[in-house]
Write a protein that binds this ligand. Structure first.
Ligand SMILES: Cc1ncc(COP(=O)(O)O)c(C=O)c1O
Length: 385
């Protein structure tokens, strides 16, 4: 009998998967299930990206790349940060990874020691805790509230930094809330961590999907951050498994060394294809999708509120609404299950994102067409009535 490693006890499971499986079963029975649960865009890769992938495949460009990725892609990412996200960075600080997941894994392996503690806001993206525990560290989830846009604050850092704490992991905009830190709050938070000689891991996977087009990278506030990003969301390439990290110079060689043995390189064909993400035609398409997501938010949030489902903080990016169902149920898990069974709408119960708001909140992803969203609102209001 093979014994599982102790860390497997720490590995948290995704309850969303349960809802997802139930939704699949219903769909297989022929029901029209509207999925508002999955955290991936309903858009696909841009046409130029698909063409570039085909060209690279035909040209036989499927061999390994350098562990940090194709230099041309690192340059293109650095340029994108300059033109779109306000930060001028040296391409040598960009490391191409297997999605933001690969970046989170490398970042945790590179800076977390066994016994180290990392602070995160509750709610947060559930797998974050698994990245830290796989490096031997532990996560301290700090309850957040609507007052701080469900984000960690500098005061939280002050109050919760302990003898084993080494850093904080922040996402802005965040999953499951779609809310960002204000520049002032983020700046204060970074200063609070820097004052303790800690690290900030900054997940900017939804940054380009900010509805305020003046949103800027945290690197504009401090160059010494570990920034994570991805082709999954803004560029709609979830399954292409491609992301990147931007790290301080001193971390480039160690992380490249780690990547060389852990993954060798990120998928090569995806890297060649991703170069086409930065063509003006592709960028124009992504921006029109961003505006489409904003339109969906502007439809969905007031509609939910009308039905007594509060949205305590208006999301300002990504494609999630963190919604309060407590007027209708005291248990978000059974709310989600009943909603699926009776109205054929899938959403994610709050329990996945941390204990603080587990019972009262659900995450609704508006990764579906306007038509489907209208249908979902119609079904939801009938169901709640
Ligand atoms: C906040 C956040 N970070 C990281 C990821 C990982 O994304 P990927 O590995 O597809 O880039 C996700 C995916 O949903 C996410 O929501």
């Amino acid at each position: 009998m093979i014994k599982l490693a102790a860390r497997m006890r720490e590995t948290i499971t995704f309850h969303a998967v349960e809802v997802f499986k139930d939704a699949l079963a219903l769909r297989n029975q022929g029901h029209d299930v509207i999925s508002l649960s999955v955290g991936e865009p309903d858009f696909t890769a841009a046409p130029l990206v698909v063409e570039a992938a085909n060209r690279a495949t035909r040209a036989g460009l499927g061999g390994y790349t350098a562990p940090a990725g194709l230099w041309a892609l690192r340059e293109a990412i650095a340029k994108f940060y300059g033109t779109h996200l306000g930060a001028n960075i040296n391409p040598a600080r960009v490391i191409v990874t297997n999605g933001a997941s690969g970046a989170l894994s490398l970042a945790a392996m590179a800076v977390v020691n066994p016994g180290d503690e990392v602070l995160m806001g509750d709610p947060c993206y559930p797998p974050n805790r698994n990245f830290i525990s796989s490096a031997g560290g532990t996560t301290r989830l700090i309850p957040t509230s609507a007052d701080n846009r469900f984000q960690l604050s500098a005061a939280d850092i002050d109050a919760n930094w302990g003898s084993q704490t080494k850093g904080a992991l922040i996402a802005s905009p965040s999953n499951p809330t779609g809310t960002s830190l204000t520049v002032e709050a983020l700046s204060a938070l970074i200063q609070a961590v820097n004052g303790r000689d800690g690290f900030v891991m900054m997940d900017e996977i939804y940054l380009a999907l900010s509805f305020d087009s003046t949103a800027r990278s945290a690197l504009t506030l401090d160059d010494n951050l570990i920034v994570l990003n991805s082709f999954s969301k803004y560029f709609a390439m979830t399954g292409w498994r491609l992301g990147w990290m931007i790290v301080p110079e001193q971390l480039v060689d160690p992380i490249e060394k780690l990547a060389a043995s852990l993954v060798i390189c990120a998928p090569t064909l995806s890297q060649h294809a991703a170069l086409a993400c930065f063509e003006p035609e592709s960028l124009a398409l992504y921006d029109s999708r961003r505006l489409e997501l904003k339109r969906r938010r502007d439809f969905l949030v007031p509609a939910l509120k009308k039905m007594g489902i509060d949205v305590p903080v208006m999301p300002d990016g990504a494609f999630y609404v963190y919604a309060d169902i407590s007027q209708h149920s005291s248990d978000s898990m059974s709310f989600a299950k009943h909603l699926l069974a009776n109205a054929h709408i899938a959403c994610v119960p709050g329990v996945d994102f941390g204990p603080t708001h587990a019972a009262s909140m659900v995450r609704i992803a508006y990764t579906n067409s306007m038509e489907k969203l209208e249908e979902a609102v119609h079904r939801l209001s009938k169901y709640l009535a």
